[in-house]
Design a protein. Structure first.
Length: 268
């Protein structure tokens, strides 16, 4: 039997980052020292239908340990067709966890995908046996792909079918389709999109299980868990089916994002 563990959040001493006080979906938040922006404002982060069912590469996870099924707790590794810049480092390889996150890898075998117990804040040191800290949490929760019809796929596009707000870009997509959250009804269809020019990340939710993300974590954290940013964890901010959440690298800020950041009148 798997047991959920509770951990105190890792306290990181770093330069203070401005955080917009709002909690709505249209707020543009800066929540990490690196300077990422995050929002679900449809004008900056529109939802677009993505479906890799007819193509892409099927990912076959390897079990995190001998006591679990690979599609319960496991990960599949692969090389990106193009490198991706994340927290100032360039990554070519990543692992996709069956628990709704990806981890960037400096070398093979560093992430087993078995971290089913999301922590209430990021950054947090992962608690699985082989754990890489540089992560994107698309829907980090105790998920399973063991039910019939569940698929885990990836694809690279020279011209991304989900257009970037910065124009035509290449992208890499990971898709969890018809997955379940253990203990919840309904299925999850989630996709993660990495844009290789701007460094933007889009998290899309075509369908949500009955928990609607009320126990999942959505966000990012740096290698070594020294910096991070949550959009939502354990219901802190709603997730909605047919919507997207976008993260923007400070080198490519979203159009109008700076104005929205200071909409409360405290522009320095």
């Amino acid at each position: 039997m798997k047991t959920r563990l509770m951990f105190l959040p890792l306290i990181v001493l770093s330069a203070p980052a401005f955080v917009h006080a709002g909690t709505g979906r249209n707020d543009v938040l800066q929540g990490d020292a690196y300077g990422h922006r995050i929002s679900a404002d449809a004008s900056l982060c529109p939802y677009a239908v993505l479906d890799l069912s007819a193509g892409g590469q099927t990912l076959n996870p390897i079990a995190a340990n001998g006591s679990v099924a690979a599609l319960d707790d496991g990960a599949a590794e692969f090389e990106l067709a193009q490198p991706f810049a994340f927290y100032g480092a360039t990554w070519q390889r990543m692992a996709v966890s069956t628990n709704g996150y990806i981890a960037f890898l400096a070398e093979t075998g560093l992430e087993d995908g078995g971290d089913f117990n999301n922590d209430p804040y990021v950054p947090s040191l992962p608690d699985n046996a082989r754990a890489a800290g540089a992560r994107v949490l698309a829907y980090h929760d105790e998920l399973s792909g063991e039910d019939a019809g569940a698929t885990l796929r990836t694809a690279h596009f020279a011209s991304c079918p989900r257009a970037s707000v910065f124009g035509d870009e290449a992208c890499s997509v990971v898709e969890w389709k018809n997955w379940t959250r253990i203990g919840s009804s309904g299925t999850l269809d989630a996709a993660l999109v990495l844009y290789h020019t701007s460094g933007a990340i889009a998290l899309q939710y075509a369908a949500l299980d009955a928990s609607a993300g009320s126990s999942a974590c959505v966000g990012i954290q740096s290698d070594g868990a020294t910096d991070g940013l949550n959009w939502s964890c354990n219901g802190a901010r709603p997730l909605v089916a047919g919507s997207a959440v976008c993260l923007f690298d400070p080198s490519h800020l979203p159009p109008g994002g700076s104005d929205l950041l200071f909409a409360d009148g405290f522009e320095p």
